[in-house]
Design a protein around this ligand. Structure first.
Ligand code: FAD
Ligand code: NAI
Length: 476
C-alpha cells in the first residue's frame, strides 16, 4: 500500500516548501516532492529561487558591489586600496556556499516540521476528489497518495527562437550565474529584472555590457519618473541599453562567441559581437514531467495551470501556486499563496492581497515599488496627489555617499489613501516594507507623515515623500 498523506506538494521551491511547512504546522500529514539535485546528485530543495535565482543572484550582486566600491568609491572615504584583484572562482564558490546553506536549511526545516521529503520527479498517475496517486521517480521509484495535492512546479527560462541555451555561450539565468571568466564583451537580450541584475553583476566585474530591449520604453511596468531616474543611473555606470530593437539571427560561433543581428529603433541594421550572451526575455510556467493529462488538470494557452483567485485548479482538492500559475513570478508571491492554500485546506481563510505585493530590482540604485504607478492611475482616471523626496536631501544617504534617486508617494486626491509608493535609491528593498505595511492597513499619506522616523535614516526620505504629498517637506 502506498504512503498516504493529507497533502502532497509537488515542487520544493519557495511556494512548495513553505506550503508543506504550513500544512504540517496546521496538523496535516505533509509530503514535499522535489527533483532539483546538486552536481553530485544530492537533493537541493529551494527551487529556482534558491539554486539559480533570488539567492545566488543576490550573493553575486553583493560581492560585485563590494568589488566596485573597493575599486571606485573607497577613495572618497579616504581609504586607499592597492593591489585590488578579482578571484572570480572564490566569488562563485562563496555564492555556491550560500546556496548550499539554503538547501540544507530547507532540509532541516522539513525535519523540524515533520514534512516527509521525497527526492525525485512527481507525476500524476490517477485520482479524483477522494485522493490522487503521485509517482515519485528518483533514485528509486514509489507511489504516494495525497488527499490534497498542491502543484508548485515553478517556471523555466524562455529561449529565443533559433538560439537554444547551451549555457556555454548562450546563457539562461543558470549559466549567467556561473560564467567562469569575466567576459570581455557581454550581450543581454531583455532589459527586465534578470537583464538588469545580471548585467550589473558582470559590468561591475569588468565586462562591457550591451542590453538589447524590444520595447521602446525602459522598464515599462515601473513608474515612469522612477524608470527614467534608473535609466540615467545605469547609463552613467556604463550599461549600454538599446531600446526598441528587433533581434534577428543569433549565431553561436563556439569559441568565437556569439553574433547577434539586430535592427535599431531607427530601422538601421546592426550586428553585436559578444563573448557571451544572456537571454532574459521572461519565463514560462513549468509542468514538464507532471503528467497533468493523467488526471485532466487544465492548463491555459501559455502552459500555466488554470486557477481561481484562491489557487483552486479545475480538479477538486488539487491546488496550484507560484510561477506555474497566473500573477507575478516572485518568490514572496509564491510563498504567500502556499501559506494561504494550506490554511484553506483546513478551512481557514487564507488571504493574499495582490495589490500589496512588492517588487524589487536589486541593482544599484535599487528599484522597489508597491501599488499603482502614476501612469496606471492616469489611465484609470483616478484623481491623485504625488509627493517626491530626493535622497540628495537625506542626511543618511549623504553619509553613505549614495544619494541617487528618490521616494515617490501617490495618494488619492480626496481620501489621501496611499495608492502606490515607488523608490529608486539606496536600500529601496528594505524601505519598501514600510509602504507595504501602510498600504495593507490602508493608511493615508498623512499617517506616514505623522509617524516618528529615526534620524538619521534613509526612512526619513519615506516620511518626507509622504509630507511632500501635502507640499510640506521639511528638509527640501
Ligand atoms: P520554483 O522556485 O521554480 O520551484 C519549483 C521546484 O519544483 C523546482 O525545484 C523544480 O525542480 C521542482 N519541480 C518541477 N517539476 C517537478 C516535478 N514534476 N516533480 C518534482 N519537482 C518538480 N523572485 C523574487 O521574489 N526575488 C528575487 O530576488 C528574485 N530573483 C530572481 C533571480 C533570477 C535569476 C530568477 C531566474 C528568478 C528570480 N526570482 C526572484 C523569481 C523566483 O525565483 C520565482 O518567482 C520563484 O522561485 C517561484 O517559486 P516556485 O516555488 O513557484 O517555483
Ligand atoms: P522580464 O519579464 O522581467 O523582462 C523581460 C524583458 O525582455 C522585457 O523587458 C521584454 O520586453 C524583453 N523582451 C522580450 N522578448 C524580447 C525579444 N525578443 N527581444 C528583446 N527583448 C525582449 O523577464 P526576466 O528578466 O527574464 O525575468 C523573469 C522573471 O523572473 C521576472 O519577471 C521576475 O518575475 C522574476 N525575477 C525577479 C527578480 C526580482 O524580484 N528581483 C529578479 C530576477 C527575476
Amino acid at each position: 500500500m502506498s504512503k498516504q498523506f493529507d497533502v502532497v506538494v509537488i515542487g520544493g521551491g519557495p511556494g512548495g516548501y513553505i506550503a508543506a511547512i504550513r500544512a504540517a504546522q496546521l496538523g496535516l500529514s505533509a509530503a514535499c516532492i522535489d527533483e532539483w539535485k546538486t552536481q553530485d546528485g544530492k537533493p537541493a530543495p529551494g527551487g529556482t529561487c534558491t539554486n539559480v535565482g533570488c539567492i545566488p543572484s543576490k550573493a553575486l550582486l553583493q560581492s560585485s558591489e563590494h568589488f566596485e566600491h573597493a575599486g571606485k568609491h573607497f577613495g572618497d572615504h579616504g581609504i586607499q586600496v592597492s593591489g585590488l584583484g578579482l578571484d572570480l572562482a572564490k566569488m562563485l564558490g562563496r555564492k555556491n556556499a550560500v546556496v548550499k546553506q539554503n538547501n540544507e536549511g530547507i532540509l532541516y526545516l522539513f525535519k523540524k516540521n515533520k514534512v516527509s521529503f521525497f527526492h525525485g520527479r512527481g507525476s500524476f498517475v490517477k485520482g479524483d476528489g477522494s485522493g490522487y496517486e503521485i509517482k515519485v521517480s528518483g533514485a528509486s521509484e514509489e507511489t504516494i497518495t495525497g488527499k490534497h495535492v498542491i502543484v508548485a512546479t515553478g517556471s523555466n527560462p524562455r529561449a529565443l527562437p533559433g538560439a537554444a541555451f547551451d549555457e556555454e555561450n548562450i546563457l539562461s539565468n543558470d549559466g549567467a550565474l556561473r560564467i567562469p571568466q569575466v567576459p570581455k564583451k557581454l550581450g543581454l537580450i531583455g532589459s527586465g529584472v534578470i537583464g538588469l541584475e545580471m548585467g550589473s553583476v558582470w559590468r561591475r566585474l569588468g565586462s562591457e555590457v550591451t542590453v538589447l530591449e524590444a520595447l521602446p520604453t525602459f522598464l515599462g511596468a515601473v513608474d515612469e519618473q522612477i524608470a527614467k531616474e534608473a535609466h540615467k543611473a545605469f547609463t552613467k555606470q556604463g550599461l549600454k541599453i538599446e531600446l526598441g530593437v528587433k533581434v534577428g539571427e543569433v549565431k553561436n560561433n563556439g569559441a568565437k562567441g556569439v553574433s547577434i543581428a539586430w535592427t535599431d529603433a531607427k530601422g538601421g541594421a546592426q550586428t553585436l559581437q559578444v563573448d557571451k550572451l544572456i537571454v532574459s526575455i521572461g519565463r514560462v510556467p513549468n509542468t514538464v514531467g507532471l503528467n497533468p493529462e493523467a488526471v485532466g488538470l487544465k492548463l491555459d494557452e501559455r502552459g500555466a495551470i488554470v486557477v481561481d483567485d484562491d489557487c483552486r485548479t479545475s480538479l477538486p482538492n488539487v491546488w496550484a501556486i507560484g510561477d506555474v500559475v497566473r500573477g507575478p513570478m516572485l518568490a514572496h508571491k509564491a510563498e504567500e499563496e502556499g501559506v494561504a492554500v494550506a490554511e484553506r485546506i483546513v478551512g481557514q481563510h487564507g488571504h493574499v492581497n495582490f495589490n500589496t505585493i512588492p517588487w524589487v530590482i536589486y541593482t544599484s540604485p535599487e528599484i522597489a515599488w508597491v501599488g499603482q504607478t502614476e501612469q496606471q492611475l492616469k489611465a484609470a482616471g483616478v484623481k491623485y496627489k504625488a509627493g517626491t523626496f530626493p535622497f540628495m536631501a537625506n542626511g543618511r544617504a549623504r553619509a553613505l555617499g549614495d544619494t541617487t534617486g528618490m521616494v515617490k508617494f501617490l495618494a488619492h486626491a480626496e481620501s489621501d489613501e496611499i495608492l502606490g509608493v515607488h523608490i529608486v535609491g539606496p536600500m529601496a528593498s528594505e524601505l519598501i516594507s514600510e509602504a507595504v505595511v501602510a498600504m495593507e492597513f490602508r493608511a493615508s499619506a498623512e499617517d506616514i507623515a505623522r509617524i516618528c522616523h529615526a534620524h538619521p535614516s534613509l526612512s526619513e526620505a519615506t516620511k518626507e515623500a509622504a509630507l511632500a504629498v501635502d507640499k510640506r517637506t521639511l528638509n527640501f
